[in-house]
Design a protein around this ligand. Structure first.
Ligand SMILES: NC(=O)c1ccc[n+]([C@@H]2O[C@H](COP(=O)([O-])OP(=O)(O)OC[C@H]3O[C@@H](n4cnc5c(N)ncnc54)[C@H](O)[C@@H]3O)[C@@H](O)[C@H]2O)c1
Length: 341
């Protein structure tokens, strides 16, 4: 592993995307998203994505300087056209619209279509919670990376969900996970580190269980987490983000995903401060549970990411040698030579 500071990775990623033709503003939003994912401990959605995004720019799937726009809206809803910008730009626009409408009207739903890969969903739910808005974000696709429960052929993408809930003095709650047993990007990370994936998360192309991450890139597929329950959530993710939004009607390019966002003002039913104080009490009760054998303490969702970010800001971010080699090659493809680390 090679250790980088967050600023080193930010500068590197910025140079690469600027050389690929992205303007300073979308570059900054994208790069901050990637580095925040690394800081949060989700290396699957950090700088490891640079090569794929550069390739997507070069083949025209990502329009680096496109801006999202609104296709249709009501006081409580908006259908956003991502216009094939970086997915992070489209989703950021979508959540900003959802937050503003929820603050004005109490609730809001937003769909984002013609949207590239949006990265780590927790970024968006955290943004909402920080502003006193409860949020749910899901991005679903009918792909072939994840098999439905009981199946041996892929039918879903990894169809993640994220929820944000504002707390008072405690850190806001941030729930954020793929509905596959592990996120696709984490198979990529395991492959780069030459490590197996956990048992029960992967089938090879013949439908046989395996822990070899290479099997995933050779026609294999992930399994849903929690058996039929994960499979049910993955189904719901597609229905909300693809069927409800009509993202299907906009799928004129490959590997596309619709995004669905729900935002609720924390002050909808009663005073926001009272909601946040009660959230603190509920979280405190959970935190006070004595740890089971093998655990140091009970954590609430969002705590691991906050702690990892604090640690990585001080100690740096580890990047696998293979991942760094791919980033160096991606940089070269747009004329940037990276210094040896
Ligand atoms: N854009 C996409 O298409 C896409 C697809 C799949 C996944 N993703 C992203 O991949 C990332 C990783 O997903 P994942 O499925 O590997 O997540 P994960 O299995 O690491 O679960 C993370 C969630 O569990 C919580 N958590 C972790 N340990 C905990 C503990 N001990 N106690 C309580 N809560 C705990 C975290 O706070 C977080 O909410 C997410 O950020 C997700 O948004 C994105």
């Amino acid at each position: 592993m090679i250790q980088f500071t967050a600023d080193e990775l930010r500068d590197t990623a910025t140079r690469i995307f600027r050389a690929a033709g992205a303007d300073p503003e979308p570059t900054a939003i994208l790069v901050n998203h990637l580095i925040d994912a690394n800081l949060a401990g989700h290396d699957s959605h950090g700088v490891i994505r640079i090569p794929a995004y550069i390739q997507a720019i070069l083949r025209g799937q990502i329009q680096p300087n496109a801006r999202p726009s609104i296709i249709q809206e009501t006081p409580v809803s908006a259908l956003v056209d991502g216009n094939w910008a970086f997915g992070q730009i489209s989703a950021r626009y979508g959540i900003d619209v959802a937050i503003a409408k929820a603050k004005a009207q109490g609730v809001a739903v937003v769909g984002v279509v013609r949207c590239n890969h949006i990265g780590r969903l927790g970024t968006y739910s955290t943004l909402a919670a920080k502003q006193g808005v409860v949020a749910m974000v899901t991005i679903g696709s009918i792909g072939n990376s994840t098999a439905p429960f009981g199946g041996r052929k892929g039918a879903f993408g990894t169809n993640p969900f994220s929820f944000g809930f504002p707390a008072g003095d405690r850190p806001d709650v941030m729930v954020d996970f793929a509905t596959s047993a592990i996120a696709g990007g984490k198979v990529q990370v395991a492959r780069a580190k030459h490590e197996p994936v956990p048992p029960g998360s992967l089938l090879d192309k013949n439908g046989q269980p395996t822990t070899d991450p290479n099997a995933y890139f050779d026609g294999g597929m992930l399994l849903p987490f929690g058996g039929h329950k994960g499979s049910a959530l993955a189904t719901l993710s597609v229905l909300l983000s693809h069927v409800l939004t009509g993202a299907y009607n906009f799928t004129d390019k490959t590997s596309l995903t619709g995004t669905f966002m729900l935002a609720i003002d924390a002050g909808l039913f009663r005073d926001r401060a009272a909601v946040e104080a009660d959230a603190d009490r509920v979280l405190g009760k959970i935190k006070d549970v004595p740890p089971a054998p093998g655990f140091d303490e009970v954590l609430v969702p969002g705590e691991p990411e906050v702690r990892t970010a604090e640690r990585r800001l001080k100690e740096g971010i580890p990047v696998a040698e293979d991942t760094w080699a791919e980033i160096v090659a991606a940089a070269q493809s747009v004329g940037v030579t990276l210094e040896k680390k």
